[in-house]
Design a protein around this ligand. Sequence first.
Ligand SMILES: Nc1ncnc2c1ncn2[C@@H]1O[C@H](COP(=O)(O)OP(=O)(O)OP(=O)(O)O)[C@@H](O)[C@H]1O
Length: 224
Amino acid sequence: MIEAKNVWKIYGKGEAKTIALKNINLKIEEGEFVMIMGPSGCGKSTLLNILALLDTPTKGEVYYKGRRTSSMSENERAIFRRKISGFIFQQFHLIKTLTALENVELPMMLDERDKSYRRKRAKKLLEMVGLGDRLNHYPHQLSGGQQQRVAIARALANNPKIIFADEPTGNLDSKSGMAVMSILKGLNEKGITIIMVTHEQELTKYASKIIKLRDGEIVEIINK
Ligand SMILES: Nc1ncnc2c1ncn2[C@@H]1O[C@H](COP(=O)(O)OP(=O)(O)OP(=O)(O)O)[C@@H](O)[C@H]1O
């Protein structure tokens, strides 16, 4: 479904040049639970952002369902980011001035959906992640684990096929981290492809594929 062919990412020039990714080749099928792992600075987030079409490779190509993403229009890329995929960040990135419910409604705003549909769906998603009693709380009134669950509900708003997650448990204690992982596992069992970055070895039990990076190169791909 997603394929990277000879992908390189080079930041800067001359003395400041960093080769973040070196000739990455990989294939991710629909329904997989992929973990991108490796030491700090090895290129994990760079690779995730490129696969999520948030960034572009310096060289090489990313294909989505056989389609060369570099030949997509900006509008098609925006549709991929808004409707086909959802993104979860380590720092949650919720809008501070909006309630949990309003944060989840936000990605649905650009669609022709009426307010009552948006409200109903946001409520249902927040109930699904166990926050039915926190609908009108603002982010600062929620724990880190609860904020990340709001972020998951928000990522699901437009019914994505793929969830990209960059260290989604990185800011959480182990209990909240496990709650987040069990939600992601449940979504994967419903057919959503999960592609996440983590450095936590104990999370690999959830993965169907582990991509190990070192210094911008794939050193191992483990299919379980
Ligand atoms: N915007 C940028 N400009 C210049 N260099 C960058 C930029 N983003 C990342 N890099 C460099 O590219 C390399 C890979 O960074 P990346 O964030 O992908 O690594 P990572 O494996 O996700 O690291 P961490 O686990 O510490 O988050 C690093 O050497 C980093 O300093």
